[in-house]
Write a new protein. Sequence first.
Length: 228
Amino acid sequence: MKSEAAWQVHGIDPRRVRAVVFDLGGVFLKGTVDNVIRFGESVGMTSEAWRVIRHELFIDGGAWDEVERGEMTLDTFAEILSGFLARQGIQINMERARNFMGNPADNIMMRLRPEIVEACLTVRRVMPTALLTNNIAEWREQWRTRLDIPALFNQVIDSSEVGLRKPEPGIYKLMEAALNMPGEDLLFIDDLGVNLKGARNLGWQTLKYDETAKVLEVLSTVTSTAQG
């Protein structure tokens, strides 16, 4: 009989997985966090100066959290971002500010990973799949046109629609309710450790997207295990 450790692949026990929950940006779409990090240099700011602004806007309750919960518009955020840059002597127009991360219609800055699409479709043949995304209302139509949502997912939870965002516990609980499963039955794939920690606190298994081959291996193992 196999030991508990022998069953695991990259720390995941496939026998426990009854549904797989995916993030969008950083998993299906490449480049979101990296695009934010590179933005400062692209407008002529030093990495340290941009790091300070990033922390103010994106970490620990920054303005971007409000956009992702649907509490602030993208245009308002762009004005705030432009103001931060202006105080550093850097002037950008509103279009540049709105697209600091790119946008989901841009297949260069946010390239779709077809191998993840195919893996998700394969998983869905044997168990439910879901999308749990921190997103914004202004991008909803764009990213939904790039994915065949009905074919890929049984459930979709978008932070800007529900007024909660990862890693707030409530958004994970919404997903558990939507799938009618406890956290112990779920595998969550995300590229941000803070979001994974929020899920682990509720008993979910989690896998960080830092290498495509690793994620595909886990999904393949989950699928084959479910098929018996």
